[in-house]
Unconditional design. Structure first.
Length: 364
């Protein structure tokens, strides 16, 4: 079997700022002798106009003569700085004093070499190219860190809003439902205590007992919405099954819950987020989708991650119009699901169109 030849590496592109073509040719010969395995492409310019035009192309390094009648490394460095070009510049000259060498390095040149020592040029070029790659990598990482910081700051703000919204909902639930139930209990208990008629007293007591039972059920429902007990006792699949059943059955909605993969013995915080997403998705389906059937699929992934798919056969909606429209009960709930997923380190994908149902997919 014939072995294919190794792929050739890209040539090193060098921009030579030099008024003497013979010196450029000597540099090319010196580079080939010092490093015959590497190919070099040298392009010569000798004034500011040609230099600026040449910078429209991308070069690995610039080799600039120190003594030229119409141009200088200082002028070249000013053009590079004005264009914010990262291309490194190396001064190549016949002779240079120590003071001049220090000055040109302070102005931005990466190194210098005399023309009687061109054998060291490949090493210098390799070093300044490596420094350029490191600087580019550091700049890329800095941009990514800045983007991550901005995203974290945005998510933190969303978390505060989500927490306040959660507190408001719990407070409203306690005041509007549980509070009224407890108030009704007290009224009937006081009426039973003041009643002279035994039958009337028993009636008030029975009503108070019914209200007490209702209060217990309301507390269970509220507790389940915060963190279902089944999640810790029986696992995620059982908790999702219960959540779906609690919402779907009273609404006459057909449902099916399936799972793939091995559920871990210890669940992370993302498990409770999955339950909340399922609750919100089913609530939306009952209120808005006019669906007859809903499917919930769980998938247990490596490293404790969980995949979730919720599909209904309802009327669907215009996603773009809903998410960009004025705040409403429906899009606030949808945004809440998106924020909850992102805060858990995941991403929520929504696939829908009018008349085609809704599919919600999340991995977190």
């Amino acid at each position: 079997m014939e072995v294919p030849p190794p792929a050739e590496s890209a040539p090193v592109k060098l921009l030579c700022v030099e008024d003497n073509p013979d010196d450029v040719e000597l540099m090319g010969i010196a580079l080939e002798r010092a490093d015959p395995q590497r190919r070099y492409e040298l392009h010569r310019v000798d004034d500011a106009t040609a230099f600026a035009q040449a910078l429209q192309d991308d070069y690995d390094a610039i080799l600039c003569d120190f003594n030229m009648p119409r141009f200088s490394p200082y002028a070249a460095l000013q053009i590079l700085m004005a264009r914010r070009s990262p291309t490194p510049l190396v001064v190549v000259t016949r002779a240079i004093g120590e003071e001049a060498a220090v000055h040109v390095l302070r102005c931005g040149a990466k190194d210098y070499v005399t023309k009687d020592k061109l054998g060291t040029l490949p090493q210098i070029i390799e070093r300044v190219m490596a420094e350029r790659r490191r600087a580019a990598e550091q700049e890329r990482m800095a941009r990514e860190l800045e983007a991550a910081y901005r995203r974290l700051k945005k998510l933190s703000a969303r978390l505060v809003v989500a927490q306040e919204r959660e507190r408001t909902l719990i407070s409203r639930e306690l005041h509007d439902h549980l509070g009224q139930t407890l108030t009704g209990m007290l009224i009937h208990l006081h009426a039973a205590k003041r009643s002279a008629d035994d039958q009337a007293a028993r009636n008030h007591t029975d009503t108070a007992m019914e209200l007490a039972q209702g209060a217990i059920e309301q507390l269970k429902t509220l507790s389940f919405s915060l963190r279902p007990a089944q999640l810790d006792l029986l696992g995620l699949v059982a908790a999702v099954q219960t959540a779906v059943q609690r919402i779907a059955e009273p609404a006459g909605l057909g449902f099916k819950v399936t799972s793939r993969g091995q559920e871990p013995k210890t669940l992370g915080e993302n498990a409770s987020v999955v339950v909340r997403l399922v609750q919100e998705a089913l609530t939306n389906a009952v209120r808005h989708a006019k669906a007859a059937q809903i499917q919930v699929r769980l998938r247990f992934l490596p490293q404790g991650r969980i995949g979730l798919l919720v599909v209904d056969d309802g009327v669907g909606f215009d996603k773009q119009a809903l998410l960009t429209g004025a705040p409403s009960e429906r899009n606030v709930g949808l945004y809440g699901m998106i924020e909850r997923t992102e805060l858990a380190g995941g991403r929520l994908l929504i696939r829908t169109r009018p008349g085609a149902g809704v599919a919600l997919r999340a991995v977190l």
